[in-house]
Design a protein around this ligand. Structure first.
Ligand code: SF4
Length: 88
């Protein structure tokens, strides 16, 4: 079964997971926090986050993270991979 059909976000307003406004917009911050609460109870958070990291830049809250947070994760993973390659 595709993990997406088990996501709790299917029961929520989709707009919640695509906050409008900049990271400093009060409404966007509230929506982001609310979406993250839903993700924190979701049974497929791990799969969702892995997909969002693998697919590359994608808007919205996926796996309990913002695109900015996933970008930081990708950079961190790239640095670790580079350090491992250099050590070999
Ligand atoms: S982790 Fe969040 S965005 Fe991903 S499927 Fe679950 S509720 Fe939806």
């Amino acid at each position: 079964m595709d993990w997406r059909v088990r996501g709790l976000c299917l029961r929520e307003d989709p707009d919640l997971f695509f906050p409008i406004g900049g990271v400093n917009s009060g409404m966007a911050v509230l929506q982001t926090d609310e979406a993250k609460v839903v993700c924190s109870h979701c049974p497929v958070t791990r799969q969702c986050l892995a997909w969002a990291i693998d697919v590359g830049p994608v808007e919205g809250i996926w796996g309990g993270t913002t695109e900015g947070e996933r970008r930081a994760m990708r950079r961190s993973a790239a640095r670790e991979s580079e350090a491992t390659d250099n050590a070999a």
